[in-house]
Design a protein around this ligand. Structure first.
Ligand code: PHE
Length: 466
């Protein structure tokens, strides 16, 4: 083993960092909307099955590949003796790079909204959509201005990430997660108590616990699977990097189950906060997902809620911690690759990469509302199209790169490196892994088939993965 490589200082540090990577914007603003659309309890149940049958085995695979190789996402394939598969790692690094460009900017908007609720709540309540657009560079009369406020906050957000990454794995990432994650859980519980005690919240709670199979289709199942991948940070090869900092004595299986449980718990709790809160204040039809919902519709919820301003600040703080800990993992996997592959220095690499990603991200923010910057997309359903630049970035990562990298990992672990090698790695800690056969069947056959279906549907059927 290469002794000069960084390692986690403690088991708890690793678990919190990996859970921090997984728990992100996907859990808090995407999951509740998807759960609502998918019929509440029905979707939650399907989602749980996806996490158990696909999430756990795939996370276990990425972590064992990382720990076995003790290398970054590309180096991992070299070290395991199959250089020809390093394209999987390249897709992972590139995907992480593109996601960070926009994730960091959305993180900046979230930071801006912490400030907004603390100091400008009446303005937000007065015209939530106008306020959001003005932040992104579009005035109420549709005149364009440079969205410098959003960009300034994105720069601040990126700076926080860079500071943590420069401090290293144990001194930066682990330390930050040890504060950020407990804070996140605390805020989550406070918000949950507030939401479920609102008059009228029972309807939303009932909905989240009800089973309406008429709302379920094949697409619902695929969307639950895509959501599970995105939410667990699978398919970006990030867990390969985080696994590579783990000592051999760690029980990979137990840790994986714990991380998946924490991530799923947060997603479900977020569902039990947002859905009842929207039912109680604005009414059932207003539950949504994505940026418009998180920044615009929720304003009405906080406006009507007793103590709404304080809970607004807390909610955006929750999002901020979630976004920071996920973004840190994305940047770390890029920096780990660049420093190891090209022998670059950590500080200079971090500053360089963060600057480039921040600059590309500016195009993302500009194209949201203010500037008509276009991207390029091609799919069998719609042919060639020129979506907004921001949408093209998300299509590229969510619809193509994440499933592609996840498929590469499955095929590699299932057919090239072989499940026996992964199992040997999993059992390094001395604890027997009791699900060997099931694991091998999922990794070799079921998961690749499911991912190919997702890829097919997103290329030919126009569904979104995330
Ligand atoms: N899992 C994160 C979320 O739920 C997003 C993410 C995806 C982070 C891929 C890292 C890698 O928001």
């Amino acid at each position: 083993m290469d002794n000069s490589r960084a390692q986690w200082g403690s088991k708890l540090g690793f678990i919190l960092a990996a859970a921090g990577s997984a728990i992100g914007l996907g859990n808090i603003w995407k999951f509740p909307g998807r759960a609502y659309e998918g019929g509440g309890g029905t979707f939650v149940l399907i989602y749980l099955c996806m996490v158990i049958f696909f999430g756990v085995p795939l996370m276990l695979t990425e972590l064992s590949m990382g720990r076995a190789s003790q290398a970054n996402v590309v180096g991992c394939f070299h070290k395991l003796g199959h250089k020809g598969w390093s394209w999987v790692g390249w897709v992972g690094v590139l995907g992480a790079f593109i996601i960070t460009c926009y994730y960091s900017h959305v993180g900046g908007w979230v930071l801006r909204y912490v400030y907004s609720y603390a100091f400008e709540a009446p303005e937000v309540y007065g015209d939530p959509l106008g306020y959001f657009y003005a932040t992104l560079g579009l005035a109420a009369d549709e005149t364009t201005h440079f969205p410098w406020v959003a960009i300034l906050f994105a720069a601040l957000f990126m700076l926080c990430n860079a500071v943590v990454i420069i401090r290293g794995v144990e001194g930066g990432i682990e330390k930050f997660n040890k504060i950020g994650m407990p804070a996140l859980f605390l805020i989550l519980v406070i918000l949950l108590v507030r939401a479920v005690t609102l008059p009228g919240a029972e309807e939303g709670l009932k909905y989240m616990l009800s089973f309406d199979w008429s709302k379920v289709s094949f697409t619902t199942v695929l969307s639950a699977l895509g959501q599970a991948f995105y939410s667990l940070s699978i398919g970006m090869a990030i867990l390969i990097t985080y696994g590579s900092y783990l000592p051999r004595t760690e029980n990979l299986h137990k840790n994986t189950v714990l991380i998946c449980t924490m991530d799923t718990l947060v997603a479900i709790l977020a569902g039990f906060i947002i859905v009842p809160a929207v039912f109680a204040t604005l009414g059932a039809d207003h539950v949504g997902k994505g940026g418009g919902f998180a920044f615009v519709s929720l304003a009405g919820v906080f406006e009507q809620m007793p103590g709404g301003r304080l809970f607004g600040v807390l909610f955006y703080l929750l999002l901020l911690f979630a976004a920071l800990t996920s973004c840190i993992s994305l940047i770390e996997s890029i920096v780990a690759f660049l420093t190891e592959h090209f022998n670059w220095k950590r500080t200079a690499t971090t500053i360089g990469v963060c600057t480039v990603m921040f600059l590309i991200g500016c195009l993302y923010t500009c194209s949201q509302a203010a500037y008509p910057l276009k991207g390029f997309w091609i799919d069998a359903a719609g042919g060639v199209s020129f979506p907004a630049f921001c949408d093209a970035m998300e299509y590229l990562t969510d619809r193509l790169m994440i499933p592609f990298c996840a498929l590469g990992c499955c095929l590699f672990a299932g057919w090239v490196w072989k499940p026996e090698s992964a199992i040997r790695e999993i059992e390094q800690s001395g604890v027997r892994f009791g699900m060997k056969k099931t694991y091998a069947v999922i990794i070799r056959y079921i998961a690749p088939l499911a991912i190919i279906t997702i890829l097919g549907m997103s290329i030919f059927g126009g569904i979104t993965l995330s």
